[in-house]
Ligand binder design. Structure first.
Ligand SMILES: N[C@@H](CCC(=O)N[C@@H](CS)C(=O)NCC(=O)O)C(=O)O
Length: 326
């Protein structure tokens, strides 16, 4: 793993020396908008570069399914292994290859956009093949754009960020992002005992709060499913297979939280979602890419969890993204 410095690749692990052993995530640099004058909506013009292992990229893949954008936005999947060259298009280890330029590595996509780019080479990336540039590499913005940009083209007006719930969604997103989505990384990438324990305590306190909420309500902001649920889901589905062991988030498994475990199953079984979850890429990535955490690269065989088994969330009041009762 590494980063680009003025367009040159440098193989370096995260530097936690200036933050007391704490992992600090870098801000995404490209924040353009689909459908504006620079990026008009045209079929086949946009490419989504993702890793099936990555929880941030996973959000974008889920929204592509939920909003019926499969024919409008193509996908290239990187290899699950993120080693000396960062994300690659190595087909032998599971990449689909780069459908547009047959690049070998993901950092070539960043330098194609900006030859002297300095920063991390992250996924997801939403790419404009017409202008040959990155539209956006921040998943929270990509999903908002997917939520509404193509509504007139697809006729799918399902809304995961409805006007009247925005303040509540923003508030829960903020909590979930710091304490859970990024919280597992803060625990896993900490390089001091105290930074790890701080992240661990904050994470499990947050999961306790979510559990209490989900006992009474079907979704995070009440009975309507929103983007807040999908943003949480991509971390939860990786929790027992990876974060519990690899990132040492082991107070409990999520399977031991009665409401959360059922909630995860409902979301996993939501139409279109199961096909976006690839446990092989997820496990291969984390256990084989982080040499400082798992030097042997051995990938655990378990856990054996059937996310397709039944749940009772259907007994609670629920409203889908079209505003209809579930
Ligand atoms: N803020 C970004 C974060 C994306 C991100 O950190 N992706 C990880 C994969 S899970 C990555 O590509 N990391 C490579 C690196 O940090 O060098 C987003 O949400 O889109």
């Amino acid at each position: 793993m590494g980063l680009l410095v003025e367009g040159k690749w440098q193989d370096k692990w995260y530097d936690t020396s200036k933050s007391g052993g704490k992992f600090v995530r870098e801000e995404s640099q490209f924040r353009g908008a689909l459908g504006d004058s620079e990026h008009p909506l045209e079929k086949g013009r946009y490419q989504l570069y993702v890793s099936l292992a990555c929880p941030w990229a996973h959000r974008a893949l889920i929204f592509r399914e939920l909003k019926g954008l499969q024919d409008l936005i193509d996908v290239s999947v990187v290899s699950p292994l993120m080693l000396e060259q960062g994300w690659t298009f190595d087909a032998r280890s599971g990449s689909t290859g780069d459908a547009l330029y047959q690049s070998d590595v993901m950092h070539q996509i960043y330098t194609r956009h900006k030859a002297d780019y300095t920063g991390r080479v992250t996924v997801p990336v939403l790419w404009d093949a017409q202008r040959e540039c990155i539209v956006n590499n921040e998943s929270s913005e990509i999903i908002r754009q997917f939520n509404s940009a193509f509504n007139e083209v697809t006729g799918n007006h399902d809304d995961y960020y409805p006007e009247d719930l925005r303040a509540e969604i923003d508030e829960i997103n903020e909590f979930v992002y710091h304490r859970i989505n990024n919280g597992v990384y803060k625990a896993g990438f900490a390089t001091t005992q105290s930074a790890y324990e701080e992240a661990y305590n904050s994470l499990f306190e947050a999961l306790d709060t979510i559990e209490r909420k989900l006992v009474h309500q079907r979704f995070l902001v009440g009975d309507r499913i929103t983007e807040a649920d999908w943003r949480l889901f991509t971390t939860l589905i990786r929790f027992d297979p990876v974060y519990h062991g690899h990132f040492k988030c082991n107070r409990q498994r999520l399977e031991d939280f009665p409401a959360i475990a059922e909630y995860v199953r409902e979301l996993y079984q939501w139409p279109g979602v199961e096909k976006t979850v690839n446990f092989d890429h997820i496990k291969q990535h984390y256990y084989r890419s982080h040499g400082t955490i798992n030097p042997t690269g051995i990938v655990p065989v378990g856990p054996d969890i059937d996310f397709k088994r039944s749940h009772t969330r259907g007994l609670m009041a629920g409203v889908n993204a079209a505003g209809k009762s579930l």
